[in-house]
Design a protein around this ligand. Structure first.
Ligand SMILES: Nc1ncnc2c1ncn2[C@@H]1O[C@H](COP(=O)(O)OP(=O)(O)OP(=O)(O)O)[C@@H](O)[C@H]1O
Length: 289
């Protein structure tokens, strides 16, 4: 395996705010690394530094073994949050334009975009725009694919198809760095890097990250009442179906709130989900090694 990305103790500040704080990570060929975190965690800033679009304040970055530059960027396929397409060009023209910029032959219009090949990109749906951006990013056979929130606003079927394509490229040896705030997409990644407020707070597979954290499950006669009482007490309460769950709070505290409200409920410690780990990490109450 080849190391395609190395980020070592990188920091970036905007004024007083530390957007990326002493972050390290790597991506190898054939590997899908998921960068997870809430809005504002620092994911996009990290990617922009990696691509040489934003300067670092400290630390070291290596992209395909070199400092990020115009020539290394040409070997990267990047789909930005804004997609980077031209709304006033057609689908076919966008493909041709990107091909001439990268100096390779224009790829064929993908079969599912043929019906809109001569439609302006601004007039096609977001799912198709994402599909096109993905095709553009892959047309020059990049060694590394960088995807910033690639499935945001896309329906579940299109999302599944997009992940199929990501896996196919990874199987062919391409390294993938993908940001998302959908915890459900974490299973698609070989390795996860969880960011919160600029820092890496956990790394590993989903199972590794969730193994050392518990949440509290509440079984009450009326889940609505239990939810309202716990929420009213300011606890980070979530619903999984009709099961009420609380992250980052000791079981005794949950029991006390329910007891004080006169609610009869069974309260248990359960294995935390990834989302609950994120809540716990964001509230600074739990640390994952
Ligand atoms: N150019 C900038 N000037 C000032 N602050 C910035 C700039 N870019 C990012 N920030 C701040 O840095 C922090 C991290 O932002 P960033 O966009 O990297 O987070 P993110 O994890 O990508 O979030 P999102 O999922 O919303 O894109 C945020 O608080 C943001 O407001």
């Amino acid at each position: 395996m080849t190391e395609l990305v190395r980020v070592a103790a990188v920091t970036r500040r905007f004024g007083d705010q530390v957007a990326v704080d002493d972050v390290s990570l790597s991506v190898e060929s054939g590997e899908i690394v998921g960068l997870l975190g809430a809005n504002g965690a620092g994911k996009t800033t990290l990617i922009r530094m990696l691509l040489g679009l934003t300067a670092t304040d400290a630390g070291e970055l290596r992209l395909l073994g070199e400092a990020p530059s115009r020539s290394t960027r040409r070997r990267v396929g990047y789909v930005a949050q804004g997609l980077g397409l031209y709304d006033d060009l057609t689908v076919r023209e966008n493909l041709a334009f990107a091909a001439s910029a990268y100096g390779h032959p224009t790829p064929p219009v993908p079969a599912d975009l043929v019906p809109v090949a001569d439609t302006l990109v601004g007039a096609i749906g977001l799912g198709r725009q994402r599909r096109l951006a993905f095709t553009v990013a892959l047309a020059h056979s990049p060694a590394l694919l960088v995807l910033d929130e690639p499935t945001s606003g896309v329906d579940p079927l299109a999302r599944a198809r997009l992940w199929d394509r990501v896996h196919a490229r990874a199987d062919a040896g391409v390294g993938v760095l993908v940001t998302t705030h959908y915890m459900s997409e974490a299973q698609q990644c070989d390795r996860l890097v969880l960011m919160s407020r600029g820092r890496v707070v956990a790394t590993g597979s989903e199972a590794e990250i969730t193994a050392s954290t518990t949440a509290v499950a509440v079984d009450a006669a009326s889940w609505q009442e239990a939810f309202t009482v716990l929420d009213g007490a300011g606890l980070p309460v979530m619903l999984a179906g009709r099961s009420v769950r609380v992250a980052a709070v000791p079981r005794e505290r949950v029991e006390a709130v329910l007891r004080d409200a006169g609610l009869d409920a069974r309260v248990r410690d359960v294995a935390a989900t990834l989302e609950e780990v994120m809540v716990a990490l964001d509230t600074d109450r739990v640390r994952v090694a």
